[in-house]
Design a protein around this ligand. Structure first.
Ligand SMILES: NC(=O)C1=CN([C@@H]2O[C@H](COP(=O)(O)OP(=O)(O)OC[C@H]3O[C@@H](n4cnc5c(N)ncnc54)[C@H](O)[C@@H]3O)[C@@H](O)[C@H]2O)C=CC1
Ligand SMILES: O=C([O-])CC(=O)C(=O)O
Length: 264
């Protein structure tokens, strides 16, 4: 088996295809699109396009990258894992649903494959996961994005995003609720929860702020290890103000790591 296959060809998928095409050590195996998808015209010529899970598995990739959202992850990822193919999951928030989390894990075990979470738009998950082994007391994640990043989300019923003049907290609660309520904006909250204190105990604040042009993420954690805080100020991806460019880079790094002799 060789190569990388994508589920979805939106802002992250396009960035990955550009970054990985032409690399001599890594080949692109193909892309899974929905039937009639607008993205078809943007897929580089010669790259196979498939429309269902069986077609994706038939490409025999060494790894599949999911970058299409929670529904697509639920639809395709368990079967890909059961077929023995590793999956890099961008839409980590799908695991906030205990039933989905159990199904994904069972599928990975059944197929002898690995479900790999990307740090995505944040960093510090290594610190959090190590600190957790010694015991964590508190983890707080705060995500701040410009109003445009909250369009098409429940924030629209809380505040007039077009007329916002000050920062407005649009969500405060558990990582589980954040991931379910903001599936395209709070995957980071889910990844922080999975690395640290879990979906219930991880505290999340989401903010719409007209004064920012970047996607800001702050993780604060304390426990027996001590304490840490990490701040990221991320440029958004062209084509999707919700998603940080760092997310595509973090996935690219995971892919390169799989094919590298020395792993940093
Ligand atoms: N872990 C993290 O830090 C982050 C995770 N994400 C996740 O990555 C996902 C993708 O992000 P973007 O590329 O920025 O979104 P996007 O909206 O630009 O692209 C998503 C693409 O997936 C396609 N799609 C939807 N359902 C599909 C299906 N069933 N099969 C095939 N394609 C399907 C859509 O048509 C669209 O072209 C987000 O929805 C989110 O779940 C995004 C940003 C950060
Ligand atoms: O890319 C980002 O800044 C974060 C994001 O959308 C998510 O966590 O789903």
């Amino acid at each position: 088996m060789s190569g990388v296959a994508l589920i979805g060809f939106g802002a992250i998928g396009r960035a990955l295809a550009i970054a990985l095409t032409g690399d001599t050590a890594i080949s692109m195996a193909g892309v899974l699109l929905r039937t009639g998808s607008d993205s078809r015209d943007q897929v580089p010529g010669g790259l196979p396009v498939v429309e269902d899970t069986a077609g994706l598995i038939a490409l025999a990739p060494s790894v599949v990258i999911e970058c299409a959202g929670h529904a697509a992850a639920t639809l395709h990822v368990p079967d890909v894992l059961r077929a023995g193919i590793d999956v890099i999951l961008a839409s980590s928030g799908v695991l906030a649903d205990p039933q989905a989390a159990a199904e994904f894990e069972d599928a990975a075990r059944a197929g002898g494959a690995r479900l790999i979470l990307t740090p995505g738009a944040v960093g510090g998950l290594d610190v959090l996961a190590a600190a957790r082994l010694g015991g964590l007391d508190r983890v707080v994640y705060t995500g701040v994005k410009p109003p445009a990043a909250w369009r098409g989300t429940p924030a629209e019923s809380l505040v007039d995003l077009d007329r916002l003049t000050n920062a407005h907290e649009i969500f405060r609660g558990s990582a589980r609720m954040a991931a379910a309520t903001y599936p395209k904006n709070a995957n980071v909250a889910a990844s922080v929860a999975l690395a640290g204190l879990g979906f219930e105990a991880t505290e999340v604040r989401l903010v719409a702020n007209p004064a920012t042009t970047t996607n800001r993420h702050r993780i604060e954690a304390s426990g027996r290890f001590g304490r840490f805080a990490i701040d990221l100020d991320n440029a958004p991806l062209p084509g999707n103000p919700k998603s940080s460019a760092l997310t595509a880079l973090a996935i690219e790094r995971l892919v390169r790591t799989r094919f590298a002799a020395v792993v940093v």
